[in-house]
Design a protein around this ligand. Sequence first.
Ligand code: DAT
Ligand code: MG
Length: 204
Amino acid sequence: MVMLQRCILKKCLQQFYLGNQETTKSLLSAGFTPARLGGHRAAGHRSKSSVPDVRERTLIAVKPDGVQRRLVGQIIQRFEQRGFKLVGLKMLQASDDLLSQHYCELRTKPFYPRLLHYMTSGPVVAMVWEGHKVVQTSRTMVGHTNPVEAQAGTIRGDFSFHVSRNVVHASDSPEGAQREIQLWFQRKELLNWDCCDQTMTCEV
Ligand code: DAT
Ligand code: MG
């Protein structure tokens, strides 16, 4: 019996990591708890949506100036209000190593040493948001890289005035988002969960 259970559990984990929700569902109904199927699913809350666009994810980070200026709550509120789903959140002191990977395309830029100094000057609040076209929409919500060019109503347009202190990071493409999410978060730190307003915000 124990062998059989182990065998089913192994198969389930394989399917689970391959994203086969149906197998996981049937094993859940057979009495395997979400915790046994992989700790990163919130107990009792499994995300039903299988539409790829709806499950798009992006990395948003409140940079050290945003944290110091106590803007974290207002920034989170904008993404919540827009209807996106928070699936990962943590505060951390970013290391040089993490940032050099995160900003690998900017390593040769003259401002890079100052960027690194700024980004390590205090804690960062990193988040993963999920939803339909969340990458593109959040870039619009965040605004132009240079706050001088950012529209009023965007986060940078409302809270910042200089490119070297632009308050928030947002991934610039779905591929970039995937790369960045893997850099900043472990798989188990991201939760799949269903919002109670799921039919309004997720099943579009
Ligand atoms: P974004 O953050 O809008 O994706 P980016 O990826 O081109 O912009 O640059 C990353 C960060 O580097 C940016 O948010 C702020 C900083 N930065 C970019 N250009 C800069 C410049 N000319 N001087 C100082 N910092 C700059
Ligand atoms: Mg960028």
